[in-house]
Design a protein around this ligand. Sequence first.
Ligand SMILES: [Cu+2]
Length: 481
Amino acid sequence: MTITRRSLLQYAALAPALGGLPRLTGAADQSVKADYTLRIANGLVELSPEHIVSTTLYNGQFPGPLLRLREREPVCVDVFNDTDTPELVHWHGQTIPSEVDGASEEGTPFIAAHGMRHLLFVPKPSGFRFYHTHVAAGGDLNRGTYTGQAGPVYIEPKNDPGAHDREIFLVLKEFAPSLSRGGDMAMDFLAGDPLRELQQMGEQADRQAKDRRKGFEVGYQRFCINGKMLGHGEPIRVKQGDRVLFHILNASAGEIRSLALPGHAFHVVALDGNPVPTPGEVPLLWLGTAERISAIVEMNHPGVWIMGDLDDDDRRRGMGIVVEYAGQRGRPQWLKPKAFRWDYARFGRSNVAPTPDETIEMTIVKNNAALDGFNQWTLNGESFSMESMKPAHTVHQGRRYRLKFRNASDDIHPLHLHRHSFKLIRIGGKATSGVIKDVVMLGGFQELTFDFVADNPGPTLFHCHQQLHMDFGFMTLFRYA
Ligand SMILES: [Cu+2]
């Protein structure tokens, strides 16, 4: 018998009466027809005729195919792993069971080398999400998110299809990684000031480090938007008066990106796919690793422009895309925008959040070069153990938790909670409410507070989304009581 998605749904509705339907999500019946197929294999990405990278891809392309799903309508995805190593596909930003979330730490089974998994889950919440590999890379820059395994997901709201002139997805990514001691990451663009107490903790950790040198950082040779270096691939063609809705994803393994379009402003409507309480205009965007921004740009400044990163070096190495107005020609122009501080609270409300049931504090410390030259990260003095995978925190279903982070390092950390969304409570020294996210940048020597409701039972991973940080300790596991 062939089970269709629809009949499976009917079966699921009967399941409680039948005493439950184990493994409905996850290892579903092999005869359920897939809505999408993802094939993980090595392939080539032509960033430009001079720069062709060989890496692991979904369906032989970068980015992976845009998956359009409907909120709360079950979807079946067949994932084939044609590589020689086990893989995991993480459905970033979705409230789904641990078994299909795509994190081995939560108990998701690996997709065996040359094997396949038939994934069935109910997409939610609506909005701009993405999928990416969730294997640890450690010092192997051919693994994990250093590869081309990332693709956009758009979950259509159940009732509101939305209206706008045009919708364009931009996936920002870099290739050709290498290790070096120290890096040149932008540091001073986030709102808020460093806290003296956290700086002192950081200085103390530096003094105690056995290795006096800086730990390894990852740098990149090539940068691209939608798989093409700036100046290659098709420009974004617009007409004066167009209102273009951009869905922008930073699919980097660890880079923080900025994006500006000279003479134009971004009207931010959603962060990480979630509508913001106070939409508004900003002159440029900043996106931590794995963050998404949805913003409308009114095309009211005819010309041929470079929409690109503020960093001259990264932009020259490809991080940008040309925006060309109808009837305009000539060399694409770049104008350096004025400095602008990125402040999440700008998109929030000033209401006071309800009191949480429990507050959990996490202090983040870096041990310079402690692990064979790599920095080791600790949360409250503990580095996550991939051997024991022991949960550090227990939550109770239905309770509201407040997580307070204290960053005793100079690095910016894009903090990510799996399988739940969270609400920003305090950031850059400012109280806010109503901003719902799944990744947020914590500034160097700063504090940040967010709340989440334990409403999706199952092991839940929390980590820094910088591959280099999560692989060297910056992770913790929540379990439900
Ligand atoms: Cu980090």
